[in-house]
Design a protein around this ligand. Sequence first.
Ligand code: WT7
Length: 636
Amino acid sequence: MTNKPVGSNNQMESDVYYPSPEVVAAAHVKEYETLYKRSLEDPEGFWGERAEELEWFQKWDKVLDDSDAPFFKWFVGGKTNIVHNAIDRHLKTYRKNKLALIWAGEPGDVRTFSYFALNRNVSKFANVLKSMGVKKGDIVTIYLPRLPEQVIAMLACAKIGAAHSVVYGGFSVEALAERIEDAQSRVLITADGGWLRGKIVHLKDIADEAMARQPTVETCIVVRRTGQEIYMEAGRDYWYDDLMSLPIASPICETEPMDAEDMLFILYTSGTTGRPKGVVHTHGGYMVYTYTTLKYVFDIKDEDRWWCAADPGWITGHSYIVYSPLINGATSFMYEGAPTHPYPNRWWQMIEKYGITILYTAPTAIRGLMRFGDAWPNRHNLGSLRLLGTVGEPINPEAWKWYHTVIGKERCPIMDTWWQTETGGFMITPLPITPLKPGSATRPFFGIDVDVVNDDGQPVPPGEEGYLVVKTPWPGMLRTIYKDPDRYREQYWSKFGTMYQTGDSARKDEDGYVWVIGRMDDVIKVSGYRLGTAEVESALVSHPDVSEAAAIGLPHELKGNAIHAYVILRAGVEGSEKLAETLRQHVAHEMGPIAKPETITFVDGLPKTRSGKIMRRLLKARALGLPEGDTSTLEQ
Ligand code: WT7
């Protein structure tokens, strides 16, 4: 193991942390190299064996069909349903009475669901959906706060073969409306509101406005959470509770047998240009992939209490709050509110109270909690923790070390997992047995062949920056962009042909450890959330005073990156601080508070190429006082 930092990337730290003998002794996988090699030499054998650990209504004929690349198919001819493996199969075992879900509300309320109870709720709601005319192949949009009903609704859709499109509860009117429109959803599931930092987020108001813009929704089911008075439209809006108490909500519902390649869900994510893309995942491959990754990486055991502190509205929550923990028969913990409410010890208090054994969160959350000092976590017994995890953006070594020392008491290895909405599950990640280097996601998972290449697709030498690519298909990969196969090809397979382009840049060091640097495109990671400059810009331009806008991401101590916008106003409109604030609020109203620009600068012009494209790279260089680089295409 080399000890010298590679290249000029200041994230490439020299420290190496070795796992303790106790951690190694407990791990599911005790050796990486041989199994990794085998998984690449015989991917069909490796994934076929993993799939055999789960139940299928009908076994597959072929593990991988690559005849129509890049439209890969997995477990072709197999029939299953992810809900059969996430719930039904456990009901035949002692797990029936085990807790599947523990949910804590921000005001202090708690709800728990055994696998038996989860099944009852999912089955009842599945029957409600059926009675609303939801059929196999339909797409139901779910716009909820972090509530058990969010999990129940997702599973209920999957159980009857409908696909879900979950829209993060922090998104707002236009973001919701365009997702409803793209999916052509006839059914929307929302709530009267949700609790965040002691305040109510008025989801139904946002949903009403979105439905007014997109009249495809015929039925809106409303979960009662906060209890305040809201508008209910007769014949369209129904209370969840009311429906669940009707005879139609029978607790008996057959799980629909699905083809392995049938769509499980769409999840919209930001791309480089234009509208968000509907990333499509399937029942078979996604199920096998999420199951295997969580089992090996976080070493999930029956006695674990797993806390993935993400939102089910993002892929992290889909894969690792909902599906994979349940497929693994674990207990998944979920918390509604903010980590700092009412005090910055909220998370640590819950780890102690619920005996959480594994915590999986994002660097931005760690940094946010770290700034309150060690006294808050030190007031609590965090001795139940055995593993920690992080995801969403590169973790800075200071945050890594704080997490490792103050939270993990130097006992708990940190699994820094690199992956994407598109990949379905962890791609580059340590195992509990992996020697760790803070800031590196370490080595590829089994069956994952990653590389760092130059513009011609040739591997670059260790220490050099290049494009991060994946050279062979894997079961959890996205299958397409919903209704837009051309965009799928263009976005992921156009640059390097047979290699999947991730959009990230990275370096590999001499030990083969991958150091992800960040996005190479116009995607900005704000507090780990993925946003496109295009979406922020179109929200700005939708304001009557704005003629043109450009958004860029600049480094931010807590958020990783923050959005800064440059705005050209319409003729006759004067820029002012008040107008800047109005525009920030406008973006929050259209897109959601996370998209709100940090600053808005009024400008008379924007640097553009001769073909009219905004040169965001140049805006960024100027804002950071860096050299402007190649400006030969700049329109003078
Ligand atoms: C992008 C994908 C899938 C989980 C949540 C984000 C960045 C993700 C890491 C990590 C460095 C990371 C990449 C990637 N990213 N995890 N461990 N180290 N960067 O999913 O919203 O689809 O974003 O997040 O830039 O491309 P996503």
